[in-house]
Design a binder for this molecule. Structure first.
Ligand SMILES: [Zn+2]
Length: 380
């Protein structure tokens, strides 16, 4: 904790003496791209439940304002990735991405993106798109948090035969949450049955489930909302159909194909969808090969770093911005100052891995087109 505070102090100092903006304007930064990752923008109190997943709308607006005021060039992800490998990024390049396609993106993020004219890519898992109910895993965790003041849950009212359990601490709630997930998995519950389980859970916690679902919290955008996203601002891309990464090749391919097909049926796209985000950031070299076979041109992870042309295009790092990051950390990341320092051994290790698996692309003068890079991957 003390080390973290020392870093924040150091970053504030770097900001105040102009070191951050010096790096932002440097030739080093010119050949690099920062991809920002967001999950959700709160409709209500979601950031109090999970500040790493949800950000208050006012804070998100402030982040976008900072990008504009410091004159960052925010590019659509597809352009940004293309130009990263062509070696012609504009100065201070940033791309903004959102994961999962939740309704709060439509309600909270979109007006801010429009206000500052900032393009964004949303990676949408499509399984829930035509089933407008809360997504089971996060919804069950949220409801347990929301009802924590009861102290104990009569779990037998939700899972037959289960004992009552305390829900005061985060650890206690996680225990209950795991039981709910295991029950749903064991009983092979359908989406409809999982929704009924959530209703039972809400009732056991004294929460009005109908009123809560009417807020659309932790629900995905429905077809009409996806369709209504302005194409000049929002690009909808791949995130698997069921938000999972099967080890089996045929199942993996089906995830991508189903996701593509569902999105194509709902949102027209000028080009075939070719940008992917790993669900939960899970990736390995097997999935990289399979994505290349599926004509996926870029894939983003949750590894924290700045992208360079030496990085494998199917292993692009991102900076996940959260409620807990102070402004100086955000500024430190988008400027390039923070990743430039390479102070974390784990960050250095991830960087080495991304590049050793990568077909080498000389930066930036001899940079090869992205297509060539990808056919090399497929051939390997
Ligand atoms: Zn996701």
């Amino acid at each position: 904790m003390r080390l973290l505070q020392a870093r924040h102090l150091f970053l504030r100092l770097a900001n105040s003496i102009g070191a951050t903006s010096l790096v932002a304007r440097s030739d080093w930064r010119r050949h690099r791209l920062v991809i920002l990752c967001y999950h959700g923008i709160s409709l209500d109190d979601e950031h109090q439940w999970n500040p790493e997943l949800y950000m208050p709308a006012a804070q998100f607006r402030d982040r976008m304002r900072r990008l504009r005021e410091a004159r960052y060039n925010v590019l659509p992800l597809s352009d940004a990735v293309e130009r990263l490998y062509e070696g012609n990024l504009p100065p201070k390049s940033v791309a903004v991405t959102f994961d999962d396609g939740y309704y709060d993106f439509h309600a909270q993020a979109l007006p801010v993106l429009r206000e500052f004219d900032i393009p964004a890519t949303n990676f949408v898992a499509t399984f829930y798109s035509n089933f407008v109910r809360p997504v089971f895993d996060p919804a069950s965790a949220y409801l347990l948090w929301k009802g924590r003041a009861r102290g104990v849950i009569t779990l037998g009212a939700v899972i037959p035969g289960a004992a009552s359990m305390p829900i005061v601490t985060a650890e206690e709630r996680t225990q209950v949450w795991r039981q709910l997930r295991e029950h749903a998995f064991r009983e092979r519950l359908s989406a409809q049955e999982k929704d009924e389980l959530l209703a039972d859970l809400a009732m056991a916690l004294g929460i009005d489930y109908q009123a809560w679902t009417a807020t659309r919290m932790l629900q995905q955008m429905r077809e009409s909302e996806l369709r209504a996203l302005p194409s000049d601002l929002v690009d909808v891309q791949l995130h698997t159909h069921r938000h999972r990464m099967p080890d089996d090749r045929a199942l993996f391919m089906r995830e991508i194909a189903d996701n593509r097909e569902s999105l194509d049926a709902m949102v027209t796209s000028g080009e075939p969808r070719a940008h992917f985000c790993y669900p939960l950031g899970n990736h390995d070299m097997q999935s990289v090969r399979w994505l290349a076979e599926m004509d996926v041109r870029s894939a983003t992870t949750s590894d924290p770093d700045i992208c360079t042309p030496a990085d494998h295009p199917l292993l692009l790092p991102r900076f996940t911005d959260t409620t807990l990051q102070p402004d100086e950390v955000f500024d430190g990341w988008v400027s390039g100052f923070y990743p430039r320092l390479r102070w974390s051994p784990s960050l250095r290790e991830l960087r080495r891995r991304r590049r050793t698996v990568s077909p080498p692309v000389a930066e930036p003068t001899a940079a090869r087109p992205l297509r060539a890079t990808l056919s090399d991957v497929v051939a390997r």
